[in-house]
Design a protein around this ligand. Structure first.
Ligand SMILES: [Zn+2]
Length: 375
C-alpha cells in the first residue's frame, strides 16, 4: 500500500474520531435541556398548587368575616324587636333574623367545603415538592455526568486534533485538499476496493482502474464518487461465492411508497456498512440502524417530523441501496438490540441480488462482503 494511503487512512480515523467527539459534546447540553424543561414544568405545578391553597385560605377568612357580620346583625335585630309597636314590625324583624341565620348556615357550609379541599391541596403541594426534589437531584447528577463526559471528550479532542495536524503535515497539499473536499460532501474521503468494486459508492471499477489500484503504484480516485481508492489484499474475496447463482430469478423492485423501507449504506460514519430501516407514521418517521454483519443495533430509534425521505436527507446518499424487506413494527421492537439471523440473511441476500441487478455490472457477482453468512 502507498504510504500516502496509509497516512490518509490514519487521517480518516482521526477525522472520524473528532467528528464523533464533537457530536457527543454537542448532544449533552440538549439532554440536560430536556430535563430542565421537565423541572420547569414541575415548578409551575407546585406554584399552582401553592396559589390554590392560598386562595382557599383567603376564602375561608372571607366566609368567617361574613358570619361575624351576620351575627352582629342578628343581635341588633333582637334588640330592636324589644321596642317594636306593631305585629307587622315584629314579623319583619323576625324575617330578617331568619334570613341572616340562613346566610350563616350557607357560609358555614362553604367553610367546611374549603377545609375538605385543603386536605387535597396539601397532598398536591407535598407531591409536587417531592417531585421537584427528585428532579432537582436528577438534573444535578445529569449535569455532573455531562460535565465529566464533556471534559473527557474535550481532552480527547485536543489529542486527536494534535494527531490530525501531525498527519496532515505528512500528506501532499493537493491530495489533502481532494480528500477533504470529498469527505465534506460524502462523509468519507477514502474507499476500499473489494471484488472490483468501490466500497464507497458500490460502483464496479473498469478493469484498468482496478489494476491500477491493486498495483498501488499511483493514487487513483473513484470516477463515480471521487473517493481516493485503496486495496487491502487481506479483504479480497478468495473466490466467487457459491450462492451467486441462487438469485437467477428476477429480484422484485422495492415499492417506492411502502411505509417501511430498508436500505444498505456502505459508509455510515465510523460504523461503515450498516442496514437502515425507516418507518413512516402519520406525520413523522423513525430510523433504526443495524451493523451490517452482526445485526447489532446502533444507537437509539430516532424519530423526526415528516416522511423519512424528507426527515432523514443525510441518509439518502447516492451510495445507499434500497432493499426488499418488511417486518411488523412490533416484531422489530421485539428484536431489541440485535436483528435475528434470518432477517439479516434475507437482507444480505437481497443486497447481493440488488448489486447484481445494477445495470452494467452483471458480469460480476457482487456481494456485500466476505463476512456474509447467508447460504
Ligand atoms: Zn466510488
Amino acid at each position: 500500500m502507498l504510504s500516502d494511503i496509509e497516512k490518509l487512512l490514519q487521517l480518516q480515523v482521526a477525522d472520524k474520531e473528532i467528528r464523533t467527539l464533537q457530536e457527543e459534546i454537542a448532544a449533552l447540553p440538549r439532554r440536560v435541556a430536556v430535563i430542565e424543561d421537565k423541572l420547569a414544568g414541575t415548578k409551575a405545578q407546585l406554584e399552582k398548587a401553592r396559589a390554590a391553597a392560598k386562595g382557599d385560605e383567603a376564602n375561608r377568612k372571607k366566609f368567617e368575616a361574613t358570619i361575624q357580620d351576620l351575627q352582629g346583625k342578628i343581635s341588633k335585630y333582637r334588640d330592636q324587636s324589644l321596642d317594636v309597636k306593631t305585629n307587622d314590625q315584629y314579623k319583619a324583624l323576625l324575617h330578617e333574623i331568619q334570613f341572616a341565620e340562613q346566610e350563616i348556615r350557607i357560609n358555614e357550609d362553604r367553610i367546611l367545603e374549603v377545609m375538605v379541599n385543603a386536605e387535597t391541596r396539601e397532598k398536591e403541594v407535598k407531591a409536587a415538592e417531592a417531585e421537584l426534589q427528585a428532579e432537582t437531584a436528577e438534573i444535578e447528577k445529569e449535569k455532573e455526568g455531562a460535565r465529566k463526559i464533556t471534559a473527557a471528550d474535550q481532552a480527547k479532542l485536543v489529542e486527536w486534533n494534535t494527531k490530525r495536524d501531525g498527519l496532515r503535515q505528512g500528506i501532499s497539499a493537493d491530495l489533502l485538499r481532494h480528500y477533504e473536499r470529498v469527505m465534506k460532501f460524502r462523509g468519507t474521503g477514502l474507499a476500499e476496493v473489494r471484488d472490483h468494486k468501490c466500497m464507497g459508492c458500490q460502483v464496479m471499477l473498469r478493469p484498468q482502474t482496478y489494476n491500477e489500484v491493486r498495483n498501488g503504484q499511483q493514487l487513483v480516485v473513484c470516477e463515480s464518487c471521487q473517493r481516493v481508492l485503496y486495496f487491502d489484499p487481506a479483504n479480497e474475496l478468495k473466490s466467487e461465492p457459491a450462492g451467486s447463482q441462487v438469485h437467477a430469478r428476477k429480484r422484485p423492485r422495492p415499492k417506492a411508497d411502502a411505509p417501511q423501507a430498508w436500505f444498505y449504506r456502505p459508509d455510515y460514519g465510523e460504523e461503515g456498512e450498516v442496514l437502515l430501516v425507516f418507518t413512516n407514521n402519520e406525520d413523522s418517521s423513525t430510523r433504526r440502524i443495524y451493523e451490517m454483519h452482526s445485526g447489532r443495533q446502533i444507537g437509539e430509534v430516532l424519530s423526526r417530523e415528516g416522511n423519512y425521505r424528507l426527515a432523514f436527507p443525510e441518509d439518502m446518499t447516492e451510495s445507499t441501496i434500497r432493499l426488499n424487506g418488511h417486518w411488523e413494527e412490533q416484531e422489530i421492537d421485539e428484536w431489541g438490540s440485535e436483528m435475528p439471523t434470518d432477517a439479516l440473511d434475507a437482507l444480505h441476500a437481497d443486497l447481493r441480488a440488488a448489486q447484481k441487478d445494477r445495470p452494467g455490472r452483471k458480469e460480476h457477482a457482487a456481494t456485500p462482503a466476505e463476512h456474509s453468512t447467508a447460504s
